[in-house]
Design a protein around this ligand. Structure first.
Ligand code: PHE
Length: 453
């Protein structure tokens, strides 16, 4: 590579796996199955897929266009495509979101590491009360969660410092197939349990009566978070795409992988939960309280298999979290590296250090310290809320306005069609969606969550 040549992903497979790695994360495993189960099973899955196609995919292509055109970090990429001016704020919001998500996401990712160890060491055996106490005492333990956070950041840091091709791409090519193998193994083990078919039909029987207005909003919000939209991660990765990458096709493949993983996560959780008559919930309590009980009871005929499934499950979660964290870290690192003219390693060191400190504060906020509570929310909840409910939808909305209405049409079309080498058949449809459908859709979820409409 020449001195000043910008880094890029080395292969098409690398592009797809790295970007799908950003998308596939904790959101797919702890939220999607629950949302589907609560909102009419297959009915929710249909609606979700429709929203992914009509709303999320056009936004993803928009972020790809901005990133690949700019060949730079998110802030500069927004600056370049808009010809300077206030639009760079979207990139800056992305970097801020990256810092914040990186910090709280690592807290939960760290818990997964501890749970790999705890399942392997047979510590997660006991009645439901015990499992509940295990979780609550671990989260407020003075140093264990902090050690896990530091370990998780170290792994992320090492991968980021190695660079785009040798670090991010290579790690994704290794971790994503492994994630699939673990997922498939647990799906098979779960679906073979006695009574598993009830869980399968719960997930796949469309119950259209369960669909309400809030189902639509839940599907839309989930699509955005799950596909890592609205915060510069996709823009940053797209800046490493090669010139001949077909942006629409790649977006469709990435969204396809992300949705497949989410559905498979449902097939991993529901059959096992139904076979022991437990109704699954979502979020940390699903992963760290309900599921350890489910694994233990469902595989009580072969406890060693139960422990193996549990270890594999937490390893799977850790991998999913790690590939997402890498993309969050990269948004911040590439910004510091390119805008402040410091080396990539120094940029990464700053991001890792700052995020580790904030993550430790987020982790401590579980112990209900008053000084870590703001606006009535713990630091952890506050960051979660600010990013997924405020910054990401605003970022997605503004991105659509920018590409749909402000950037000259020929510039956008040129990038969309790789300089007219690809068919422009879908361009008009995409532009219509980005101009009207996406901003209106995002504005509706955004305003609705604050009770405005
Ligand atoms: N998409 C990730 C998930 O589903 C979360 C994420 C959001 C990752 C934004 C990167 C950027 O968990």
């Amino acid at each position: 590579m020449k001195q000043n040549e910008r880094a890029s992903f080395g292969s098409k497979l690398g592009i797809i796996l790295a970007t799908a790695g950003s998308a596939v994360g904790l959101g797919n495993i702890w939220r999607f199955p629950y949302l589907a189960g609560e909102n009419g099973g297959a009915a929710f899955i249909f609606i979700y897929i429709a929203f992914v196609v009509v709303l999320a995919l056009p936004c993803m292509v928009s972020e790809f266009i901005i990133g690949r055109r700019g060949q730079a970090n998110a802030v500069r990429a927004y600056d370049l495509i808009s010809g300077g001016g206030p639009w760079r704020v979207i990139g800056l919001m992305g970097v801020l979101t990256g810092f914040l998500i990186c910090s709280y996401y690592t807290v939960v990712s760290g818990w997964c590491l501890e749970y790999i160890y705890a399942s392997a060491a047979g510590q997660l055996k006991g009645d439901p009360d015990y499992i509940q106490r295990f979780f609550s005492s671990f989260t407020v333990h003075p140093w264990k969660p902090i050690l896990c956070i530091v370990l998780f950041f170290l792994m992320t840091h090492v991968i980021i410092v190695r660079g785009v091709e040798k670090g991010i791409e290579r790690a994704s090519k290794l971790m994503m197939p492994l994630l699939f193998i673990l997922l498939l193994f647990i799906v098979v083990a779960s679906c073979l349990l006695p009574g598993a078919s009830q869980g399968i039909s719960f997930l796949f029987n469309p119950d259209w009566h369960a669909v309400t207005g809030s189902t639509l909003l839940a599907a839309l919000g989930q699509a955005f978070f799950s596909l890592s939209l609205g915060m510069g991660a996709l823009t940053t990765y797209a800046s490493y795409f090669t010139r001949d990458t077909n942006l629409t096709k790649s977006a469709a493949q990435i969204a396809g992988i992300d949705t497949l993983v989410a559905i498979l996560a449902g097939l991993m959780i529901f059959p096992a939960a139904f076979s022991v008559g437990v109704s699954p919930d979502s979020g940390p309590s699903l992963v760290f309280i309900t599921l350890p009980n489910v694994f233990q009871q469902a595989f009580s005929f072969a406890p060693a298999l139960g422990s193996l499934v549990a270890v594999m499950f937490y390893a799977l979660l850790s991998l999913a979290a790690l590939t997402s964290l890498i993309s969050l870290h990269e948004v911040c690192t590439s910004y510091l590296h390119e805008e402040f003219h410091i080396t990539r390693s120094r940029g990464a060191l700053i991001v890792t250090s700052v995020c580790t400190v904030i993550a430790i504060l987020c982790s401590l906020s579980f112990a209900d310290y008053d000084w870590l509570t703001l606006f009535g929310k713990s630091l952890f909840d506050l960051f979660d809320f600010t990013t997924s409910q405020l910054l990401m939808p605003i970022g997605g909305f503004l991105t659509c306005l920018l590409l749909g209405w402000f950037v000259p049409r020929h510039v956008v079309k040129d990038e969309f069609t790789n300089g007219s080498t690809l068919s422009a058949r879908l361009f008009a449809v995409w532009l219509f969606l980005v101009r009207f459908v996406c901003p209106i859709g995002i504005a509706i979820i955004f305003l609705n969550q604050f009770g405005v409409i």
